[in-house]
Design a protein around this ligand. Structure first.
Ligand SMILES: Nc1ncnc2c1ncn2[C@@H]1O[C@H](COP(=O)(O)OP(=O)(O)OP(=O)(O)O)[C@@H](O)[C@H]1O
Ligand SMILES: [Mg+2]
Length: 267
């Protein structure tokens, strides 16, 4: 974690239905951004109750969790945040999901705002697993995200919810250019063609991730399978890097990070 410099980016991943892969995708993207481009990444698990992002990355019990930080926003500073995080990999930190009841939405809103500002100032990249809940606090938080990634599957039962989710986001004031939909688990069960989905949802779907039994595994140095390449392409889009660029070191790495943080070009 770096000293404060308020420029990190926030990405919010939203599942339009349970089991579409939101958490797995958050974890995989976190690993890739941290390992491949050495960006300082924070995963925040907003799923309540029963978020499992930390569990996917570490076998250890978290010492603290999101609920602890939101309880006393006035005490929340870099030291407290640092102490609450798990660090399963170099450059990758996780704030585990709340295990206790959260505070009332009004009190939560101020705490959430403070936490996000702090996270932005300390990390290059903040990935939020937002699960399925769209309460007022979540919506407020989503507006602050640089990109919202609704995750869905190409099945009939998911389309309706995908559309509802997109409409809810736009109705709440999220800008279309903030939204980067991700079609996950392509090739599984009865499928709706992606092109038809694009028509129904009224948006392009450039990121299509195939179903694969190894989807939860860390990616090899040289991805060869379609699911690995699509995942890498999505991570590269978030990192604003060409896909083939592996981790750099020393001065060059610092220069790349600076380019990434200040480059205003949209994804
Ligand atoms: N592209 C994929 N190929 C194969 N398996 C996948 C893929 N994406 C996700 N999965 C698997 O699907 C299961 C559900 O994924 P995950 O827990 O990430 O979904 P979720 O949307 O977070 O669900 P929940 O609503 O319970 O939070 C996991 O076992 C995960 O490994
Ligand atoms: Mg989940």
């Amino acid at each position: 974690m770096r000293p404060a410099a308020p420029q990190g980016r926030i990405f919010a991943l939203l599942g339009c239905k349970g089991g579409v892969g939101t958490t797995q995708l958050t974890v995989q993207l976190g690993r890739l951004l941290a390992y491949r481009w050495q960006l300082d990444v924070l995963i925040v698990d907003w799923v309540h109750p029963f978020g499992d992002a930390a569990l996917l990355l570490s076998g250890e019990d978290p010492v603290s969790h999101l609920g602890d930080l939101l309880r006393e926003p006035e005490r929340l500073d870099a030291t407290l945040l640092d102490a609450a995080l798990m660090r399963p990999l170099p450059h990758l930190a996780v704030l585990a999901a709340a295990e206790t009841p959260l505070r009332a939405p009004v009190q939560q809103a101020a705490a959430v705002q403070r936490l996000l500002a702090l996270a932005r100032s300390r990390f290059d990249c903040v990935l939020c697993d937002c699960g399925r809940q769209l309460d007022p606090v979540r919506l407020m938080r989503l507006h602050e995200s640089d990109r919202l990634l609704p995750v869905f599957q190409p099945t009939l039962s998911t389309i309706r919810d995908a559309r509802r989710l997109l409409v809810a986001l736009l109705d709440s004031g999220v800008l279309p250019e903030q939204v980067l939909p991700v079609l996950n688990r392509m090739g599984r069960h009865q499928q709706v063609p992606a092109e038809l989905l694009e028509q129904v949802l009224g948006t392009r779907l450039p990121h299509r991730l195939p179903e694969h039994p190894g989807f939860s595994l860390p990616l090899p140095e040289r991805p060869s399978q379609p699911w690995q390449r699509s995942l890498l392409a999505l991570a590269a889009a978030l990192a604003r890097r060409p896909e083939q660029h592996a981790a750099r070191s020393g001065l060059l790495q610092r220069w790349w990070r600076k380019q990434w943080r200040w480059n205003p070009t949209p994804l």
